[in-house]
Design a protein around this ligand. Structure first.
Ligand SMILES: Nc1nc2c(ncn2[C@@H]2O[C@H](COP(=O)(O)OP(=O)(O)O)[C@@H](O)[C@H]2O)c(=O)[nH]1
Ligand SMILES: [Mg+2]
Length: 651
């Protein structure tokens, strides 16, 4: 039996772990200590502050706080990744926008920065590093003279490597921004003709790519850089600025190290279980690792949820204007965006398709969708609010279908109801009534079922009798009661009365005519609510900043977090399902492609053998999880940094 186990172990080592390729980090970790008992090995980690197995549950240090420092030291690997295109060429590009401007900046990066400077500014001393100096730029192909001047007073900055944006020597030429000057200087840089030092115009994203290659930026920071350049609203700017710090990258890397450490513990169990006397049973060790993995699992789950909140800031919050025809949806959109984005008409069904308008509301970017009004009716007919039958054509029917679908996929729904006049045949007079189209009520209920954020605007408040309007700042009680009869779950503080007509009156002495601004303030409060990060009080208690960083998780990072979490789930399911299983060292040497109970004859003395955990496979789940995190940061042995970079740089 022993011989068999040794043969298997030999094979396992040969393949780097039974076809499961043990990462270099793990192998170094486990093998470097192989001459020492596990106990010593763990004791060494303990002295360096690591969380190690303890008999006393209370003595166990929590994974997230205790694994941080020591394991980072133990595993700190910051591989220099060799990427295609990393060579000795010097690249240059116009870093400012094309077109006439006061200043244009040409940036040059690579080993030929100094020779290029000497060719453009012959005889002038190189400016002190990082100190701007005025220089005259000359055509490098001709002897310098007054007739070969390209720019009489350019500001030059030289940044010697490695502490530069790309990690290479960088030269910045701040030119007069005329397009002829820019063109002449770009041509001159290309003509510097420095032997054996290729100089070429940079590919899109190449400066950033070099920054990554030289460990000046990591992938999450590069993604945030894209967000910074694309930010149009205050919230997008804040999100991008947060992302540009390396806080998230450090967090992902820490988690990866923690998983490697957890795997290291399991691997050590595989390596030493047979030879060493453990004062902690394999079951206890696995339970301990599982409980730590569970904390990480929960934390990653929260990061995924917070990522979708960040996506609301990045891509915009989808807002739908839902209501019956003529309620004033298009009028409200126009009041909000401050221009006639949608056609306003008394003719019902004017808005047939969705009119999507991007708008910045209080710093939040929203995609405001004006849609066809919903109305009911059997067959092709519907009762209009005036009671007259109307025909709903095929186009309007499609518009209504789209409107309902858009509401269901929106983050926030503004339900526009309206106060309409109803003729009183007896008194030959009319009175004002809240109109609630059954189709609208039904659509709102469905949105409520999906947990959508709903805000209700009762439009045309100018039609209310003056005595009701004087209940300043409050929605008349009878209107709230009416709404509540059909939509009991709408909170009272989410009901507003507005008048788009009054809001149009620019000469009004009132500060918020028509109370559209009040409605918008309510909308902003909802935006704040839906974008506030979820927190886990057990992790980083009360540290809101930690969770605000989590909002910066991009879609690419989120999808890798999902994969990581799935592997952790697999690990937890397996180790929990087999909570009562037995462990035998020889099982730990099994080829993971074989099911453990294939070795019945080897383990006939083991109770509950069918339930035994194949520890190598479980350890593999942790490696896969760690690899998913490596793909986020571009670190480790995940091996597909090029693919990841491709995705990031495509943007
Ligand atoms: N009295 C009054 N009429 C309004 C108000 N808002 C909109 N309307 C009118 O209601 C009609 C329908 O407006 P519209 O915005 O096209 O409604 P939609 O079908 O919901 O998009 C138009 O004649 C508007 O002038 C308001 O606040 N007060
Ligand atoms: Mg309309």
């Amino acid at each position: 039996m022993r011989e068999k186990a040794e043969a298997k172990e030999k094979e396992r080592k040969r393949t780097g772990g039974c076809g499961h390729v043990i990462t270099r980090e793990i192998r170094d970790f486990t093998r470097s200590k192989s001459s020492r008992p596990l106990v010593c090995h763990l004791a060494a980690l303990l002295t360096s502050g690591a969380a190690v197995q303890s008999h006393h549950p209370a003595k166990r240090l929590p994974l997230l706080s205790s694994w941080q420092n020591s394991t980072l030291r133990a595993f700190n690997s910051s591989p220099v990744i060799q990427l295609a295109g990393s060579n000795d060429s010097t690249i240059y590009a116009l870093s400012t926008a094309l077109g006439r401007a006061a200043i244009a900046i040409v940036r040059i990066s690579g080993p030929a920065c100094l020779p290029i400077y000497q060719a453009l500014c012959p005889g002038s001393p190189l400016p002190k590093p990082r100190v701007a100096a005025l220089r005259t730029l000359f055509d490098p192909t001709q002897p310098p003279s007054s007739s070969t001047v390209l720019d009489p007073s350019a500001l030059i900055l030289f940044f010697p490597h490695p502490r530069t944006v790309t990690g290479e020597d960088v030269l910045e030429l701040h030119l007069h921004g005329g397009s002829a000057i820019v063109k002449a200087v770009l041509a001159a840089v290309a003509n510097c003709n420095i032997s054996e030092q290729p100089i070429r115009y940079a590919e899109p994203g190449e400066f950033t790519r070099r920054a990554f290659m030289n460990n000046r930026l990591d992938l999450p920071q590069i993604e945030a850089l894209g967000d910074i350049l694309a930010a149009e609203t205050e919230q997008q700017r804040r999100l991008a600025v947060r992302g540009s710090s390396d806080a998230l990258s450090k967090r992902f890397e820490l988690w990866r190290q923690e998983l490697l450490y957890a795997r290291g513990e399991l691997e050590a169990l595989i390596d030493f279980a047979e030879d060493q006397h453990f004062d902690e049973s394999p079951r206890e060790l696995i339970d301990s690792v599982a409980s730590q993995v569970r904390v990480l699992y929960r934390q990653i789950g929260l990061h995924i949820q917070n990522a979708s909140k960040g996506e609301l800031l990045r891509s915009g919050i989808k807002v739908a204007l839902l209501g019956a025809p003529n309620a004033g949806k298009s009028s409200l959109l126009n009041r909000i965006v401050g221009r006639e984005a949608a056609i306003v008409s008394t003719e019902e069904g004017t808005t047939r398709d969705i009119v999507d308008v991007g708008v910045d509301i209080g710093g939040w970017y929203c995609k405001m969708g004006d849609m066809a009004g919903l109305r009911s009716g059997s067959g092709n007919h519907s009762l209009q609010q005036g009671g007259k039958p109307v025909t709903i054509g095929a186009v309007e029917t499609e518009g209504i279908r789209r409107a309902k679908a858009r509401a269901l996929e929106s983050d926030v729904i503004i339900v526009v109801l309206s106060l309409e006049y109803v003729e009183d045949s007896k008194s030959n007079d009319g009175f004002c009534q809240l109109f609630m189209e059954p189709e609208v009520v039904e659509a709102v209920r469905r949105c409520q079922e999906l947990g959508k954020c709903i805000i209700l605007a009762i439009n045309k408040s100018d039609r209310l009798p003056p005595e009701q309007r004087e209940e300043s700042g409050k929605v008349p009680h009878h209107l709230v009661t009416l709404v509540k009869t059909l939509l009991p779950n709408i909170p009272e503080d989410q009901i507003y009365t507005i008048s788009c007509r009054e809001a149009m009156d620019e000469s009004s002495p009132v500060t918020d005519p028509g109370k559209v601004q009040t409605l918008l303030n309510g909308l902003i409060a909802n935006f704040e609510k839906i974008t506030t990060p979820l927190q886990d009080d057990e992790v980083n208690n009360n540290n809101i900043s930690y969770w605000e960083d989590a909002i910066g998780v991009t879609q690419r990072q989120e999808s890798n977090l999902h994969k990581c979490r799935q592997h952790l789930a697999d690990f937890l399911t397996r180790t929990q399902t087999h909570a009562k299983c037995q462990f035998k060292p020889h099982l730990l040497y099994n080829n993971p492609t074989e099911t453990p109970h294939n070795d019945h004859d080897d383990c006939s003395d083991t109770d509950g053998l069918e339930n035994a955990i194949d520890i190598v496979t479980e350890a593999e789940h942790l490696r896969f999880a760690a690899d998913s995190l490596a793909k986020i940061t571009g670190k480790g042995d995940s091996g597909d940094v090029e693919d990841v970079l491709g995705v990031v740089f495509e943007k």
